[in-house]
Design a protein around this ligand. Sequence first.
Ligand code: C5P
Length: 233
Amino acid sequence: MAKDVIIACDFPSGGETLAFLEQFETERPYVKIGMELFYGAGPDIVRAIRDRGHPIFLDLKLCDIPNTVKSAMRVLRDLGADMVNLHAFGTRAMMEAALEGLTRPDGTRALLIAVTQLTSTSEERMKKELLIDRPLSDTVLHYAENAKLAGLDGVVCSPLEAGLVHERCGMDFLTVTPGVRFSDSAVGDQVRVTTPERARTLGSDYIVVGRPITRAEDPVAAYRRCVNEFLGG
Ligand code: C5P
């Protein structure tokens, strides 16, 4: 199964993103485009990065009624991303509709990944504000199962949850995991972090790494270090 390091390109403009990617002369790392960049730079940034030869994870976390998500996925499909995501919260009907919208006429499609619970949601808030009276980890695993039943390819989760998700949904069900830091780098606003090497042993399929690479003095060297540690050099 493919395992890879995805760089979270959380830059405010297309220009800054492309200038960052210019530093990579030989490698073409997997790039995550999030809401800030997509809404700021528009769909053209997806085409520009794709034309440079980078695989793309479009992290737009869709959640709406099934028909709207299906139509939106059809638009994203034509941008040529390799991985797209949505909120499992939108229910299985929405996830199934999304899959339909994402599938090209020839039957091929990008990987479709579900966000279970945002890591910014605490169990306390889930209980008090969302009136969900269950342990947070139960909801993560249940949403992952829903995503699998809907035919999706995997979930975004913490590397610490990757093993449980694989146990419940199978080894082929992908775990895409942010919250990764080098053992000697700043944690920043991430709370529960793991190193690339530990993410590998915990069973992550793709690690999403932002600031440890984008803000490194030498981003290309930081990317290579990350790949070596995660893929086992
Ligand atoms: O800079 P850093 O490595 O913390 O970036 C992680 C990326 O993964 C960011 O783009 C962040 O929005 C995203 N992410 C996350 N935690 C989640 C889901 C997405 O950190 N649960």
